[in-house]
Design a protein around this ligand. Structure first.
Ligand code: ADP
Length: 158
């Protein structure tokens, strides 16, 4: 059984993440979407519980997708989950260097774990969670960029 992990901050999930999740779910038998607490990033706008809620709601139509929280080293988590591949999304050039570094380090730590970089759809190539956070802060319309449940939540809460 091929098990993939798609890890990220998802603060919040965007249509770009959704596109990667949907495409990756066709490549593996089981896809684990892992919300990680990244110590190098600030606390974020949405709590881990909120991020998990958005992801669960947005992926409920995908039967082989599971959503989980994790902290710590990604390769250790992959071993625990018996995962074979790490899925990442690759947007415009700016992602390239970081994603290459991550893939190289993870390959060194655990050579049997492959990283698959899925090229972002052109429609989402410039879309980021940080843009959504900015839009939300200034009460901008997020509906074209995130799943409906996120827009609704932002409108009600912020
Ligand atoms: P991280 O904090 O690990 O960068 P993100 O939630 O920002 O987590 O992103 C998780 C993964 O999704 C990364 O591989 C990132 O490149 C990818 N990603 C982010 N936004 C998009 C998008 N609009 N289209 C495709 N992939 C994306």
């Amino acid at each position: 059984m091929k098990i993939g992990i798609y890890a990220g901050s998802f603060d919040p999930i965007t249509n770009g993440h959704m596109d990667i999740i949907e495409r990756a779910s066709l490549l593996v038998d089981k896809l684990i979407v892992a919300v990680l607490c990244n110590p190098s990033k600030s606390k974020g706008m949405f709590s881990i519980e909120e991020r998990l809620l958005f992801l669960e709601e947005s992926t409920k139509h995908l039967k082989n997708v599971e959503v989980e929280f994790f902290s710590g080293l990604l390769v250790e988590y992959a071993v625990k989950k018996n995962a074979n591949v790490l899925i990442r999304g690759l947007r415009i050039v700016t992602d390239f260097e970081y994603e290459m570094q991550m893939a190289q380090i993870n390959k060194n730590l655990l050579p049997t774990l492959e990283t698959i970089l899925l090229i972002a759809d052109v429609q989402h190539a410039f879309l980021s969670s940080s843009m959504i956070r900015e839009l939300a802060t200034f009460k901008g319309d997020t509906s074209g960029f995130v799943p409906q449940c996120v827009t609704k939540y932002i409108e009600n809460k912020l």
